[in-house]
Design a protein around this ligand. Structure first.
Ligand code: GLN
Length: 202
């Protein structure tokens, strides 16, 4: 693969930040709002935002089923925060009728960290099987956490919380990667580079 092109779901969420991080990581990017814009992509990012709105807009723009089919057929995808919720097979705390693209056999709890801590920073430990381990300063905004992982889902990162709890905050299966937090707003490209690495490996 020469220069991969990674699409960014652009109906809602922090699209610009993801495109900037991806481009700085050496790939081309494209905004995805319509089903036709899925063709020719080597990967896709589902940004942070609001998963219920993303779901409704994806349905309204007839992007939901084509995106689900593309992911099912093996398109690598990286979901951050609301995007993690979109990639989860099962969600807790969703609104009535909220559906996901799915692909990751995990249970994700929306807004899991509680109202008092709408937004916070925490250093999380990454231990990806396809790269070296590192610590990452993560920004969580009304973030989900991963409550349960199914067979074949790799736990990539955990957060150690102030209350002593340990939570799963990054998971991966094949070319699907998801984080509870927002690596796109930190100026630190290491998580995007992990995804680009998965895309390049095919
Ligand atoms: N709480 C949001 C949701 O459920 C996610 C928040 C975010 O992406 N920062 O979709």
């Amino acid at each position: 693969m020469s220069t991969p092109t990674i699409g960014v779901f652009a109906l809602q969420g922090d699209v610009r930040e993801h495109r900037a991080m991806l481009e700085a990581s050496g790939v081309a990017t494209a905004a995805v709002r319509r089903p036709g814009e899925l063709s020719g992509l080597d990967g896709i990012v589902l940004p942070g935002g609001e998963s219920t709105t993303m779901y409704k807009l994806a349905r309204a723009f007839e992007l939901f089923e084509p995106l689900r089919a593309a992911v099912r057929d093996g398109l690598p995808a990286f979901g951050t925060c609301a995007g993690m919720i979109m990639l989860a097979d099962h969600i807790e705390g969703g609104i009535a009728g909220q559906e996901t693209i799915g692909g990751l056999d995990v249970v994700v709890r929306r807004n899991a960290f509680g109202r008092q801590v709408d937004s916070f920073e925490e250093v999380v430990t990454f231990e990806p099987s396809w790269s070296d381990a590192f610590d990452f300063p993560a920004t969580f905004i009304r973030a989900p956490w991963v409550e349960k992982v199914g067979d074949g889902v790799e736990i990539v990162a955990r957060a150690r919380l102030a209350d002593g709890g340990v939570r799963i905050v990054a998971v991966r299966r094949g070319g699907l990667l998801a984080t509870s937090f927002h690596p796109e707003i930190t100026g630190d490209r290491r998580i995007h580079e992990l995804f680009v690495d998965l895309v390049r490996r095919g």
